[in-house]
Design a protein around this ligand. Structure first.
Ligand code: ATP
Ligand code: FE
Length: 337
């Protein structure tokens, strides 16, 4: 079976084709219009999706060497995400499915980030997590600890009560005047800095939940005070600031994850979402693997941020169980429990 996956939840227009679990093509068009605004502008995102979706799908099919008539089913991201963005991918998927008279599978974007671990680049690719495993999902909008029991059954045991980890990176970067998205910029500067130079408070929250808004505020106040004494403080110390900030975020993430792994006695641990591109977080996973005997799963860089390969593979599992969606399936911006 051949599945076309479509992702348009935020500011990346993406399409991918898989055939029997194996990835044939994976095309992403990242929107550049938002950079000068320091964040994603929903209206512009939606408009850019409209411009990109046909060329992106076209290229995905071409690269895969697949014609429209060879597509067995279409998987699309239904939510969560930006409503205007989701509408473009959803409407396009429906139109194409109707025209080709093939079934559709609606995909939860967050589950898709987790299932990115099951993308196969070739048939011999067997390095996939076995169930149950823990997944730390850290992206621009979410920070969750998930017990993954099967391709479909995922239990969120902890999540952020305010900002996501990616947001903490982005907002603190913005405060330093570093540009958007801040995560990769902070990561790069952090590589040249001293992570123990500055100390920032970590939140005290029960269970496996996270909180990052306090860190953002204390970072802001700290800089404000330092800038009073020395207007060049940020410029002079940006490497150490980034390294210390990154270390604090990673420590917060790993403390809870380690607790969950210990309490539940699960030693297979994965990481997913845009922040899993962070080299410090990847190193922390390697350390935990050595120290605690974790079997770790770290996605390839291309599968950390938004992509359609993860949507296509999620669709593949739904297709196996005949879990199709109807033409009136409306996108959802938020997860409603
Ligand atoms: P969600 O999936 O929750 O809807 P999203 O799709 O916008 O959110 P992703 O695309 O998965 O999020 O991830 C984007 C986030 O990842 C941004 O906050 C970005 O700063 C962060 N990020 C990307 N690379 C790195 C990095 N190397 N270090 C830290 N953060 C990073
Ligand atoms: Fe995402």
């Amino acid at each position: 079976i051949t599945i076309l996956g479509i992702e348009s939840s935020c500011d990346d227009t993406a399409a991918a084709v898989i055939r029997d679990e194996v990835l044939l093509s994976n095309i992403i068009s990242s929107q550049k219009v938002h950079e000068s605004y320091g964040g994603v502008v929903p209206e512009l995102a939606s408009r850019a999706h409209q411009q990109n979706i046909i060329p992106v799908v076209d290229e995905a099919l071409k690269k895969a060497g697949v014609t429209k008539d060879e597509i067995t089913a279409i998987a699309f991201t239904r939510g969560p995400g930006l409503m205007g963005s989701l509408l473009v991918g959803t409407s396009f998927a429906k139109g194409l499915a109707a025209a080709l008279d093939i079934p559709m599978m609606d995909i939860n974007h967050l589950q898709a980030h987790v299932l990115a671990h099951f993308i196969k680049e070739d048939k011999e690719d067997t390095n996939q997590p076995s169930f149950p495993f823990l997944c730390l999902l850290v992206s621009g909008g979410n920070s969750q600890i998930i017990v993954v029991k099967s391709h479909k059954e995922m239990e969120i045991i902890g999540q952020t009560i305010d900002d996501a980890a990616g947001e903490a990176f982005d907002k603190c970067a913005k405060v330093m005047g570093l540009g958007y998205p801040g995560g990769p910029i902070v990561n790069k500067l952090a590589n040249q800095g001293n992570p123990d130079r500055f100390k920032f408070n970590k939140p005290h929250i029960a269970g496996y939940d996270y909180s990052f808004s306090g860190l953002k505020t204390s970072f802001l106040y700290f800089l404000r005070d330092e800038l009073k004494n020395d207007p060049g403080f940020i410029e002079k110390n940006k490497e150490d600031l980034c390294a210390s900030l990154q270390k604090t975020i990673i420590d917060i993430l790993m403390d809870k994850l380690r607790k969950a792994a210990k309490d539940l006695n699960i030693k297979e641990v994965a990481v997913a979402g845009g922040v899993s591109a962070n080299s410090g977080l990847r190193d922390a996973f390697e350390d935990h693997s050595k120290k605690y005997g974790w079997k770790i799963h770290i996605p390839k860089f291309g599968y950390t941020t938004d992509n359609a390969a993860m949507v296509a593979i999620s669709g593949y599992y739904k297709y196996q169980d005949n879990e199709f969606c109807e033409m009136d399936a409306a996108p959802f911006a938020r997860v409603t429990v």
